[in-house]
Write a protein that binds this ligand. Structure first.
Ligand SMILES: [Ca+2]
Length: 321
């Protein structure tokens, strides 16, 4: 169960039957995925926020100095095309496929399928859709044929781990993710500055209109957008906020960064040693200011590692060198 507000993404019941043990393929030498990562210098940066428009209960603050070693990270989230290459090479079956369902926003479903798909009690615009998976993001009959350059979705944290193992990469730690997402700006609210739509321009893919009934798509995208939509941040990274939530390596805790051992919190932090949910960062195409403004670069969320939904993806990272 997520320890943050459950609006971001619904989670599977941790005790649900059908959980799968995943076999990780050995990473190929000189993986193309790993070669495409961009190197970042690391160093000291100010992590978190004390922004009053945020969610203190999530553990967004306090602002603290964190030191990072150099590392590498992908400029985009993993695309449907890249994930298909991984699946073709390994035969990987995602957890959504093993469980037989995943969570889809009702507004993207055909009326008949919406009516046949149970709503999630606390967040009824989420439907548990039989047959929804990365291959069929809106359930049976849908496909990613025209979305090859969009982020893969309906992938669990475990699925992301399997992709990383195959590609010789790893998920970024939460601290690495935030440092990279900030793009070199210190304590800005967004990867480009403090204003959401400077000069009236949309700079990320979130929700405009009235959530959850009216999606005007004023930013040009009703659901996911291509991974290189909008301009990149100062480090060359695209869509670190909006579009899809991104899994991070860490277990989620709202307070480990305040209460954990000092050095573990300040130097290449990896989060708490155990937990029930993994960190997700960045918000998604379903975030709206009136409801949940977790598309801020310091915002945090989480979900259980076997959960998947139509607004969760991931980007990969690796150690330097
Ligand atoms: Ca949008």
């Amino acid at each position: 169960m997520s320890t943050t507000k459950p609006c971001c993404t619904p989670g599977r019941d941790a005790a649900a039957p059908g959980a799968v043990a995943l076999t990780l393929a050995a990473p190929p030498r000189g993986s193309r995925v790993a070669r495409q990562l961009t190197g970042l210098p690391g160093g000291r940066f100010l992590m978190g926020t004390d922004d009053r428009t945020g969610y203190p209960a999530d553990g967004e603050g306090p602002v603290r100095a964190v030191e990072l070693s150099p590392f590498r990270i992908a400029t985009t989230t993993v695309t449907n095309a890249a994930f298909a290459t991984f699946v073709k090479a390994t035969g990987h079956r995602t957890e959504a496929e093993s469980f037989g369902f995943s969570y889809v926003f009702e507004g993207f479903l055909e009326p008949g399928l919406a009516a046949a798909s149970p709503a999630v009690a606390a967040v009824p615009w989420w439907r548990a859709v039989a047959g929804a998976s990365w291959r069929a993001p809106e359930g049976p009959g849908s496909s990613v044929t025209t979305r090859q350059n969009h982020p893969v979705v309906h992938v669990s944290w475990h699925d992301a781990q399997a992709y990383c193992a195959w590609s010789g990469t790893r998920l970024p730690t939460e601290a690495e993710w935030e440092y990279a997402a900030r793009g070199g700006l210190e304590q800005a609210r967004y990867p480009w500055g403090d204003e959401l739509t400077p000069g009236g321009r949309h700079l990320c893919n979130i929700w405009q209109g009235v959530f959850p009934t009216l999606n005007t798509a004023a930013d040009g995208h009703r659901g996911t957008a291509p991974v290189t939509a909008f301009r990149p941040n100062g480090f060359g990274l695209y869509n670190t906020v909006g579009n899809v939530w991104e899994w991070c390596a860490d277990w989620f805790s709202p307070d480990f960064h305040r209460t954990g051992p000092g050095r573990e919190r300040r130097h290449d932090p990896v989060g708490p040693p155990d937990g029930t949910a993994r960190v997700m960062r960045g918000g998604s195409h379903m975030c709206h200011e009136s409801y949940c403004n977790r598309y801020r670069v310091a915002a945090r969320s989480s979900n259980t590692p076997d959960s998947s939904a139509g607004n969760i993806g991931f980007r990969v990272a690796a150690d330097a060198g």
